[in-house]
Design a protein around this ligand. Structure first.
Ligand code: AMP
Ligand code: MG
Length: 343
């Protein structure tokens, strides 16, 4: 999975507190203990925070969450030859690779988003991503014929998933999977579930700026998550969420420069070019996988295309930011505004 240690796009607006009040009854408050830790995982910076009845539980919950993050990375990173995806990417066409339930689930979801987005999202984008990465290193745009050749190896329909034995096969030699646009969000979901299973009452997980908020703060108050301004230091908006994931994609997040021009790390699998529009898009969804995948989709589609699509997607909201520091332009889905904190 592709994760560079860049500045996270979202920030947790939480300041050290030793304890807070449980969301139970005001007349009978229960003190909760907060435990938080930052680490480098998935090639980026992560923060995990848990509120629990005692310090031991809070600490164990944070450890459990980190275990899940590492687990997803170990299985799904396309950087490592030893991961399940690394193995899949070396498999000859027509041969089946059996993967874990976790990897199979993410592949299935990736295919669903690929179909629903008309191919704007495509888990087989790896050859294209690599082609453009190479172009960045050489500081030279790829020849059109090289792009055309690479496109022969791209297309989510070239992957077959068999849920009976969780096997995966590609129909064309050279097709390779990259779950960098979705696996981080899935890792957030597993980490949040781990926090809960380990006894945390609530908590937050932030991996490279994509965040999942488990439950709410004391007294049922929403968690506050800062959206960084894409063009200048400071925050653009503050979001107030409970039990939601928030993910951001776009050219401001990660890009490379070829011949003095910025190119997004997100490719448009329909054209073979880096996503041209690539506004900064922040997506709010009930789970991390959904937020992550659709934030990538909306960085490929134009703002108009994305806005037309999002209204048919239940419980997914987005804000698009583009333009420049002097002329910031924004658009948002119809249900985004209630998540924006008043102050
Ligand atoms: P994100 O930061 O979540 O938008 O994910 C970006 C990463 O997803 C890239 O670094 C690639 O690994 C991968 N990716 C790039 N373009 C696409 C695409 N069109 N569909 C799916 N994944 C993509
Ligand atoms: Mg994504």
């Amino acid at each position: 999975m592709r994760c560079h240690p860049l500045l996270p796009s979202l920030t947790l607006l939480l300041f050290p507190v030793v304890s807070c009040q449980d969301s139970g009854t005001d007349s009978n408050p229960v003190a909760l203990v907060r435990y938080a830790q930052s680490r480098e995982v998935m090639g980026t910076f992560a923060e995990v925070m848990a509120f629990a009845a005692d310090p031991d539980t809070a600490k164990k919950a944070v450890e459990a969450a980190y275990d899940r993050l590492a687990d997803v990375n170990r299985r799904m990173s396309d950087y490592s030859d030893d991961s399940e995806i690394g193995r899949l990417n070396r498999q000859p066409a027509g041969e089946e690779t059996v993967v874990s339930p976790e990897t199979f689930f993410v592949l299935q979801k990736a295919m669903e988003v690929a179909k629903a987005s008309g191919g704007a999202f495509d888990p087989t984008c790896r050859p294209l991503v690599q082609r453009w990465k190479h172009a960045g290193k050489e500081n030279r745009l790829p020849e059109p014929h090289a792009i055309a050749a690479t496109m022969q190896h791209v297309g989510w329909q070239k992957v077959t998933l068999d849920s009976h034995d969780r096997s995966v096969a590609v129909s064309v030699e050279g097709v390779q999977v990259d779950l960098g646009g979705i696996a981080k969000g899935y890792a957030l979901d597993l980490a949040a579930a781990a926090l809960k299973e380990a006894g945390a009452q609530s908590g937050l997980v932030n991996v490279g700026g994509d965040v999942i908020a488990l439950g709410s703060q004391s007294g049922g108050r929403p968690w506050r998550i800062g959206m960084k301004h894409p063009f200048q230091p400071g925050l653009f908006r503050t979001l107030a969420v409970c039990d939601r994931a928030v993910a951001t994609s776009g050219v401001q997040q990660r890009f490379q420069v070829i011949d003095g021009k910025r190119y997004s790390h997100i490719v448009d699998p329909r054209t073979g070019q880096p996503a041209e529009q690539a506004p900064a898009v922040t997506v709010i969804a009930p789970d991390g996988l959904t937020a992550d995948a659709w934030a990538t989709v909306f960085s490929v589609l134009t703002v108009e295309e994305g806005r037309a699509m999002i209204e048919s997607l239940p419980e997914i909201e987005a804000m698009w930011i583009w333009g420049s520091a002097d002329a910031v332009q924004t658009a948002e889905s119809s249900g985004f505004a209630p998540y924006v904190a008043a102050d």
